[in-house]
Design a binder for this molecule. Structure first.
Ligand code: ADP
Ligand code: MG
Length: 259
């Protein structure tokens, strides 16, 4: 049997002596090529879980393995290359151009200027931005364009794994929908393994092959969207049914309005 791409085994993290565990005995195995949505209320431990996968946070106990290796034995710069990370605030460096922001990780690998220029063009094409955006400052971009740059930067070193923390949460719904669909196609064409945190169940159902629902630091449910519709727990069923219920109400209201 091959190793899973990502494995968490009984991982626990508590931030302070008075606090309950932020993540409480979470075990997950994610195979290469999976697209997993991590869903749950605010404070349920989603971000902490994600940051333990790329070792930005160390668990108090339990084990995190990526590509068969324990993450705490992999040098941080190698981990950065293997795992792309995208988050809601994007975090572009304002004083660097779009190209410099995208190339930040491969530049640290010592790639030549010509290689970096070609790679930036390739990545701009990939995320659907015009090549002449390379020279722009981040402030000269819309929120959606900035997030495209964030995705390009995360992909620059050719990672096999992408971790995304509410990547499209700050965008308007039309941009959000477009970027989500485009990212799903990138995931497929680049054969990535993606873990995406979102509190939007519709986004999770539309994009992910598997949904992990977290609550109070624990995994409450884990399965394909259709399987979760038949889950034993009525709360889980209600959550996964929400998009369909809302779509049905929207349809009824629009039809009523047409009289
Ligand atoms: P989510 O991403 O699902 O909103 P988080 O993983 O960010 O959840 O947080 C889980 C819990 O841990 C919350 O109660 C949060 O307040 C707490 N927490 C997260 N980060 C820190 C931190 N750096 N210091 C103290 N408590 C934290
Ligand atoms: Mg979070």
């Amino acid at each position: 049997m091959t190793d899973p791409m990502i494995a968490l085994r009984r991982v626990t993290k508590t931030y302070g002596p008075a606090a309950p565990p932020a993540v409480d005995g979470v075990s997950l195995e994610i195979a290469a090529g999976e697209f997993v949505a991590l869903v749950g209320g605010s404070g349920s431990g989603k971000t902490t879980t994600l940051k333990m996968i790329n070792a930005l946070i160390r668990p108090d106990s339990g084990e995190v393995r990526v590509g068969g290796e324990a993450v705490d034995t992999v040098a941080p710069h190698l981990l950065r290359r293997r795992i792309g990370y995208v988050f809601q605030e994007v975090g572009l460096f304002p004083h660097l151009s779009v190209a410099e922001n995208i190339a930040i990780t491969p530049r640290l690998q010592g790639q030549t200027k010509a290689w970096l220029d070609a790679r930036v063009n390739e990545l701009l094409d990939l995320v659907g931005l015009p090549r002449d955006f390379a020279a722009r400052a981040p402030r000269a971009l819309s929120g959606g364009q900035r997030q495209r740059v964030g995705v390009a930067r995360a992909l620059a070193a050719g990672p096999r794994i992408m971790l995304m923390d509410e990547p499209f949460g700050a965008l308007d719904p039309v941009t959000r929908d477009a970027l989500g669909g485009e990212y799903r196609r990138l995931h497929d064409s680049l054969s990535l393994t993606t873990v995406m945190v979102t509190h939007d169940v519709t986004e999770a159902v539309l994009l992910a092959g598997r949904i992990v629902i977290m609550r109070e630091g624990r995994v409450k449910a884990d399965g394909a969207p259709a399987a979760l519709l038949a889950h034993d727990d009525p709360e889980v069923r209600a959550l996964i049914e929400t998009p369909r219920r809302q779509a049905e109400r929207v349809r009824q209201r629009l039809e009523a309005a047409h009289g």
